[in-house]
Structure formats: structure tokens, C-alpha cells
Design a protein around this ligand. Structure first.
Ligand code: C5P
Length: 402
């Protein structure tokens, strides 16, 4: 999701993770957000006002008693002008102050005075994170409606290992985008696969297909526009991927499967990719040569079925799994059989016979096959059909309350 025009008030607390707040400012501005930094006194021990203001492209606020500010803007207004207040890093001390409603400096006063949503990215030593007082404070803050991203588990600056590392800047950006999203799919994570896959024959040749990725890109954009957090896993497509999604580029079916697995959990997964059914068993490490003694046959191995493996995964299965069936004959019959064979909830069938101009074209005609029957969606642009499908997905997830 683009953050264009969104205003983030970023409170930088005093922890070693404060250095990551500098990268966070950069990432937020890349997405189009306006960032106003607030630096606590402890935070200024780790990063300077100068580096924060240079990256943010505006001044840094730090002092509650700066009368010029009070005259110009005032701390109340500063806190309310933002679409979201982000505290990164949120130290154990800042969390304790927030939970108990203290207001003894600019940051805590802003947090107490605001009616703007708040997201915190905790960062602290693992023992501090696990200490009962911090657990209590976290529960209070979550009960107050404050969103939390991280912390992650890993090596810590203090030499210990465990949960307490601040979430990475890009994870925080995603959490911010999800918090700011509006629409019926806000807060939902949807995985979309798209495009063809390329299966190497040798270092310069590959097996491919005519998929352009147009339907997948249109779907990614339509789901994003309804507020979903979209992970878009794409093979080498000729149509550009949508903006404002988490983009994962892959080449082969095996890479696509790994990327989809890594992106789980999700509320829905839509498999629009034209995955190659076969790959070359062992791709040559050197360019194959023609002529006497050269290769004339390829040994093919079947690729994993990504859709079927997710549809049949049991625990952790997305609430809605949707596949496509590109057919050239007996479209409905094949689609019904495919839905059952693969174990997915919905199949969108389309006729990709050469005369239709659908594969690689801008239009499509779909038949939605569910357990309740089938429904024809007449020929229209891939964008219009994607919007229709995205709305249907939103209705379905909304109705399930899943
Ligand atoms: O079996 P077929 O290729 O016709 O199935 C099409 C559907 O299955 C599409 O949704 C496609 O994205 C998905 N698929 C997959 N992995 C494969 C083959 C197909 O996810 N290896």
C-alpha cells in the first residue's frame, strides 16, 4: 500500500535499536509518507537530531517546554495532526510510562494527549521483555487499542539471545500500512501468485509460457485497493507488478512454492500464476551444444502443485484458497474436476483457446466455480474482473468473520 499523503509522528525512544529508526524514516518517505520525528532525551544518546531531521526533511521535536512550539503548533496539535503515532523503539520504560499514563516529557505528553491510533515497536533486553511488569504493561497497552509490531527473536546487542530485537524497518512499514489501511479487507493478508515461471534448461535457455501476469497484477491491485495487505509472488511477467504490495520475485515453480510458504499465514491465497507443469530434471550447468553427440531430448520432472499443497495443508490453511483453470476445451467440466482434485474453495475457469486472445491480452471471461455451483462472469477487462473477484473475496471473508 502506498503511504502517500499519510502523516506519521515517529517517537524515537532511547535504545540501541534507535539507529534502525533512521532507516525507518527513509523507508516511510520512499512510500510517500510525511514523517515528523520526536526524539526523547534518552533517544538523543543514540541518534542525533541532525541525522533524524536530515532524513525526515523537517525539524525534530524534542522539548515540551519549547515555547516557540507552543505558540506555533502546540503539543496537542502536534499529536493530533498525524494519521498514526509510531513509537520505535518503544523501550520498557516508555511502555511503562504509556501504560500508567505519565506525561513528563514531550513524547509521553503527546501520547497521553492524542486521539490518534498508536503503533509501538518494542525493543529491549530479553529479560526485560519477559519480566512480569513488562508483560502487564503490554497487556494494558493492547487493551487500550495500541497496535504492536515485534519484537523479533535473535541475537541482541547485549550478547543475549531471545525475543526483544526491534522489528526490522520494512516490517514496521508493513505494520503501519496495515494499521492505516481502510476498506473491507483492512487487516487481512492475501497472497497472490502471478505470471509464468521459467524453468531452466541450461544457463541461457528455459521453459516458459505465454502468461503476461496481467490478471494477477490486476488482482493484486484490486485487493490492495480494498485495504488488504498483499504478498505478491510473481514469476518473470511482462506486465508490471502493482505498487503498494509486498513484492517477491521468483523464477521457478520451486522458488514460488518456497515464497508462498514463507508468506503464510494468510486469510486468503489466490493462485493466478501459470506455473510450468514440468521442469528439466537436472538443468545443465553449461550451455547445451548442438551437432553430433549433442542433446536432442530433455528429461522432464513434474513440478510441485503450489495451489494443491496450500489447499490441503490442514492447520494454518488460509480461510479461502482460490485457483484458476486455463482450459481450451470442456472448460466447466475440467474446472469442476480441478476444484475437487486440488482441494481449493473456488476455481475461476477461463477459455484460453488461441482465438479468444485471453492469454497475454487485456480482457478475460471467467466462470466462478464453488461448492454451490457456477456463475458466468461475461467478457470484460481483466481489471474489472479482478475488482469483482476482490469484492467477492471481501464479502466471503467478512461473512465468515474469519
Ligand atoms: O493444473 P493446472 O495447472 O491447470 O492448475 C491451475 C491452477 O493451479 C492455477 O491456479 C495455478 O496457479 C495453480 N498451479 C500451481 N502450481 C502448479 C500448477 C498449477 O499453483 N504447479
Amino acid at each position: 500500500m502506498t503511504l502517500a499523503g499519510k502523516h506519521i509522528l515517529l517517537i524515537v525512544g532511547g535504545g540501541i535499536a534507535a539507529f534502525k529508526a533512521l532507516d525507518l524514516v527513509r523507508r516511510l518517505r520512499e512510500r510517500g509518507a510525511v514523517v515528523t520525528p520526536v526524539l526523547t532525551r534518552a533517544g538523543s544518546e543514540f541518534v542525533t537530531e541532525l541525522s533524524l531531521s536530515s532524513l525526515a526533511g523537517c525539524r525534530v521535536y524534542s522539548d515540551l517546554w519549547d515555547l516557540t512550539d507552543e505558540a506555533e503548533m502546540g503539543h496537542i496539535q502536534l499529536s493530533r495532526a498525524a494519521d498514526l503515532i509510531v513509537v520505535a523503539p518503544a523501550t520498557a520504560n516508555l511502555m511503562a510510562n504509556m501504560a500508567s499514563g505519565h506525561a513528563h516529557d514531550l513524547a509521553t505528553t503527546l501520547l497521553l494527549a492524542t486521539d490518534t491510533p498508536v503503533l509501538i515497536a518494542p525493543a529491549m533486553n530479553v529479560r526485560m521483555w519477559e519480566y512480569p511488569a513488562t508483560r502487564r504493561n503490554l497487556a494494558v497497552l493492547q487493551g487500550d487499542g495500541i497496535a504492536v509490531v515485534g519484537p523479533n527473536e535473535g541475537d541482541m546487542a547485549c550478547g543475549e539471545y531471545g525475543p526483544g530485537r526491534m522489528a526490522e524497518p520494512l516490517e514496521i512499514v508493513d505494520a503501519i500500512a496495515a494499521r492505516l489501511a481502510s476498506g473491507p479487507l483492512a487487516g487481512r493478508h492475501v497472497i497472490v501468485t502471478s505470471g509464468p515461471t521459467h524453468e531452466p534448461i541450461d544457463p541461457v535457455r528455459y521453459i516458459a509460457n505465454r502468461s503476461s501476469g496481467a490478471q494477477g497484477s490486476a488482482l493484486g491491485a484490486a485487493l490492495r485497493d480494498l485495504g488488504a495487505t498483499v504478498t505478491f509472488v510473481t514469476g518473470p511477467a511482462s506486465v508490471a507488478p502493482p505498487e503498494g504490495v509486498t513484492l517477491v520475485r521468483v523464477e521457478t515453480a520451486a522458488e514460488m512454492l518456497a515464497a508462498v510458504r514463507a508468506a503464510l499465514p494468510a486469510d486468503a491465497a489466490i493462485f493466478a500464476a501459470a506455473v510450468a507443469d514440468w521442469r528439466v530434471g537436472t538443468a545443465a550447468t553449461q550451455k547445451l551444444k548442438k551437432g553430433p553427440g549433442g542433446h536432442s531430448t530433455l528429461d522432464l520432472a513434474e513440478n510441485p502443485d503450489i495451489l494443491a499443497s496450500v489447499a490441503r495443508m490442514g492447520e494454518g490453511r488460509p480461510a479461502l484458497v482460490v485457483g484458476f483453470a486455463a482450459e481450451t476445451e470442456n472448460v466447466l467440466e475440467h474446472a469442476r474436476a480441478k476444484r475437487l482434485r486440488k482441494g481449493c474453495d473456488w476455481i475461476l475457469a477461463n477459455d484460453v483457446s488461441p482465438g479468444t486472445g485471453i492469454m497475454g491480452g487485456t480482457e478475460n471471461a471467467l466462470t466462478l466455480v464453488t461448492q454451490d455451483g457456477s456463475e458466468d462472469w461475461p467478457r470484460d477487462t481483466k481489471i474489472a474482473l479482478a475488482r469483482k473477484l476482490a469484492r467477492r473475496i471481501a464479502d466471503h471473508l467478512g461473512a465468515r468473520g474469519a
